[in-house]
Design a protein around this ligand. Structure first.
Ligand code: PLP
Length: 380
């Protein structure tokens, strides 16, 4: 089996598995003051340090959550509530549903920021919106911009956008779920106020994540109770999950050079797919995550391709897979100007820490064979 769906969930790294088993064996609450509790606390704080270090932050600014979605929701609702709704969310039109839907449900006004054809947030559009900003009418501008898109891998101009928003007196929430462990991350260089992370995209377990927030950034809690996580996220922490998160974050940072190598393999695969299969590669003209390739041959439906690949033992996802497993047309590709036939034909391959050069070759072989069979059927 070739696994090429790391952007959905990366296989668990051995370091994470080991840390999780050790944490499960402690069997105590990190808030308890006795010996076993202190042992659990030590594990939790080690994980906090590992996650902070992966984004060049300090551990005190990390709030652990149950995953990326919760971290994004905490940031969006927490800011809107702390600002008592006197704000407008500027949400890029390619955000993950975790950001787009929480923005929609936050009660704040929302404006959509356009993207260019290459899949990057349009800084001209953002700067025009900010130039004409009427603070009495719109309140504080709060930009919601992901670091890298889950479908196309396109890396967003977060530092430039955040600096424009800061100059306008606003705040930036960044969903960096797809960035961790794939590209270097430094919160100071990004200049954002909130950064959301998820363990399972970096080789940690599902159900663990974190929100980093700049010291002093406004945020109201959404969950109330025992006062864990500086009272910003009550509830006993998922110790084993977070231990796995910390270990995966550390291991993936040590392994970043492997991801750089993936870019070369990905580029070679795309060169072949374009030459022999005449595909369109989405986001090709923009900086992209090194592991991701989203491509389409117009009219060759994504479901058919995913099934053909699966039968040949290759796990990929349709360019627009959603959590229900159904395929719907990708809003990301549509926002980039792709027509319906092309958007419905897109598939996403995403590789990672366990991928080999042969995985790329075999993926191209199988896909080209499936295309050839389809063309033969069409002309028969
Ligand atoms: N943001 C992006 C860009 C994602 O790709 C995902 C997961 O698919 C999420 C947020 C949600 O993260 P989680 O699955 O940890 O809730």
């Amino acid at each position: 089996m070739i696994y090429a769906d790391y952007n959905a969930t990366a296989p668990l790294r051995p370091e994470a598995r080991e840390a999780m088993i050790a944490a499960l064996e402690v069997g105590a609450n990190p808030s308890s003051v006795h010996g076993p509790g202190r042992k659990a606390r030590k594990i939790l704080e080690t994980a906090r340090m590992q996650v902070a270090s992966a984004i060049s932050a300090i551990p005190q600014d990390i709030v652990f959550t149950s995953g990326g979605t919760e971290a994004i929701a905490l940031a969006i609702h927490g800011v809107v509530r702390q600002l008592e709704n006197r704000c407008t969310l500027l949400v890029s039109s390619i955000e993950h549903e975790a950001a787009a839907k929480n923005a929609g449900y936050s009660g704040a006004a929302v404006q959509s920021v356009y993207v260019t054809n290459t899949g990057q947030a349009d800084l001209k559009d953002l700067s025009e919106r900010l130039a004409g900003w009427d603070a009495d009418k719109h309140g504080t501008p709060v930009l919601v911009l992901m670091l890298a898109n889950n479908e196309t891998g396109v890396i967003q101009p977060v530092a430039e956008a955040a600096s424009m928003v800061r100059a306008a007196g606003g705040l930036t929430i960044c969903d960096a779920v797809q960035g961790l462990g794939k590209i270097p991350l430094n919160v100071s260089l990004l200049g954002v106020d909130y950064l959301a992370l998820s363990a399972h995209k970096a080789g940690g377990p599902q159900g663990a994540g974190a929100l980093w927030l700049r010291s002093g950034a406004p945020l109201k809690a959404s969950l109330f109770g025992g006062g864990q996580e500086r009272s910003l996220r009550s509830g006993t922490e998922n110790l084993a999950g977070l231990a796995g998160f910390g270990a995966a974050a550390e291991a993936s940072i040590a392994d970043l050079s492997k991801f750089e190598e993936l870019a070369k393999l990905r580029d070679n695969m795309e060169t072949r797919l374009k030459a022999e299969g005449d595909v369109t590669v989405f986001g090709e003209g923009a900086p992209r995550l090194p592991n991701t390739s989203n491509f389409a041959y117009g009219g060759f439906r994504a479901e058919t391709q995913v099934m053909a690949m699966d039968l040949a033992g290759i796990a990929v996802s349709s360019g627009s897979a959603c959590s229900s497993g159904k395929v719907k047309r990708s809003l990301v590709l549509s926002a980039m100007g792709a027509d319906d036939a092309l958007a419905e034909s897109a598939i996403r391959t995403s590789f990672g820490w366990r991928s080999t050069p042969e995985d790329f070759d075999r993926t191209a072989d199988v896909w080209l064979k499936a295309l050839h069979q389809r063309k033969t059927k069409e002309t028969a």
